[in-house]
Design a protein around this ligand. Structure first.
Ligand code: NAP
Length: 309
């Protein structure tokens, strides 16, 4: 049982998530995480991965002992501060794999077959004047996945029927029937499509740099459904403008919700507004898993999906 008003909800939640929260909890809301912490003795915070929580918020509220974030990525939390102060954290892994994989595959096909431009072509009646451009087939391509975790492995399984050759990189080699590369550059060199599904952390920051993009080459495509920080966006813009790579599909950006303007006028990109998990089914599952974690915390039980920091 979670006591009334003992959870501080930080940041704005989409309606579908707020409905789930209001069904199960009575929270106090702080819309701006940089705003003044409200009065009250909160034991836990509920937030979501698009809301960056500054450590000052926790400093102002020493009663907080747990934070539940809706999302599998937890780069929005001040991890060092939480660890140093023994504050627990939970995320929502697994329940969003289906939605994220479906989007990634949609983006991949949309980019290769130029589906958004094809629709514009029909709607603008340009079709009556000339045929649409010839595009590229996915079958036969070599697809490299950077980050063969829950989402990466689900993606690989879903891609198998598309008759592609799969490979991956990451810190550890897995018992998987795909070729393993020990570093991102050699994976990029060996594949036509590079799919990012790794976490945002110090090691992955700007991991996709000019050298990796050069290795991917002029026939190569980049799909990023991980985090914007994994890509050196300046290097990517140059690679796209100069056609050093064939194209990119990006769901995530360094500066959300105001991505670098340079991407907006390119014709070799497919851009989506960080919607990997944004289906009503998935958002309900994420919200409920976050609240299940809060319940476990209040009942002094082990968290269901604790972030091991
Ligand atoms: P996960 O199960 O923890 O998998 C992450 C994988 O990345 C692990 O296999 C890990 O390798 C690997 N990895 C770690 N450092 C790496 C590096 N330097 N290079 C390559 N791979 C590396 O996480 P998940 O549930 O699959 O989620 C992955 C990420 O997707 C999340 O962190 C989040 O940022 C992003 N995401 C985005 C959306 C969206 O809306 N676009 C939605 C959900 C998730 P080891 O197994 O060897 O440790």
């Amino acid at each position: 049982m979670i006591p009334v008003n003992s959870v501080l909800q930080v940041g704005q939640f989409p309606e579908i998530m707020q409905l789930e929260i209001d069904k199960r909890l009575s929270t106090i809301k702080l819309l701006d995480p940089h705003g003044k912490a409200p009065d009250g003795s909160f034991a836990a915070i509920l937030t979501r991965s698009n809301t960056q929580l500054p450590k000052e918020l926790f400093e102002a509220m020493p009663s907080v002992r747990m934070v539940a974030t809706c999302g599998v990525g937890y780069d929005n939390l001040p991890l060092d501060y939480l660890k140093d102060n023994g504050i627990k954290a939970s995320n929502t892994p697994g329940v969003l794999n289906d939605a994220v994989c479906e989007l990634a595959i949609g983006m991949l096909l949309g980019l290769l077959r130029r589906i958004p431009e094809a629709q514009d072509f029909v709607k603008s009646t340009a079709w009556s004047k000339s045929p649409f451009t010839i595009t590229s087939t996915l079958a036969g391509k070599r697809v490299g996945i950077a980050g063969m975790g829950r989402i990466g492995q689900d993606l690989a399984k879903r891609l198998e029927p598309f008759k592609v050759k799969l490979a991956y990189t990451g810190p550890s080699r897995k018992e998987l029937p795909y070729e393993y590369f020990s570093n991102i550059k050699s994976l990029a060199q060996a594949c036509d499509i590079l799919l990012l599904a790794c976490p945002a952390n110090a090691e992955t920051e700007k991991m996709i740099n000019a050298e990796v993009l050069d290795a991917l080459g002029p026939k190569g495509y980049l799909i990023n459904i991980a985090r914007g920080s994994v890509v050196d966006e300046e290097a990517l813009l140059v690679a796209l403008q100069q056609k050093n790579i064939a194209g990119a599909a990006l769901d995530v950006f360094e500066n959300e919700p105001n991505p670098n303007f340079g991407f907006l006028n390119l014709d070799n990109v497919l851009l989506t507004p960080h919607i990997g998990s944004a289906t009503s089914e998935t958002r309900q599952l994420m919200t409920n898993l976050a609240i299940d974690n809060l319940e476990a915390f209040y009942n002094q039980k082990p968290l269901l999906t604790e972030v091991k920091n």
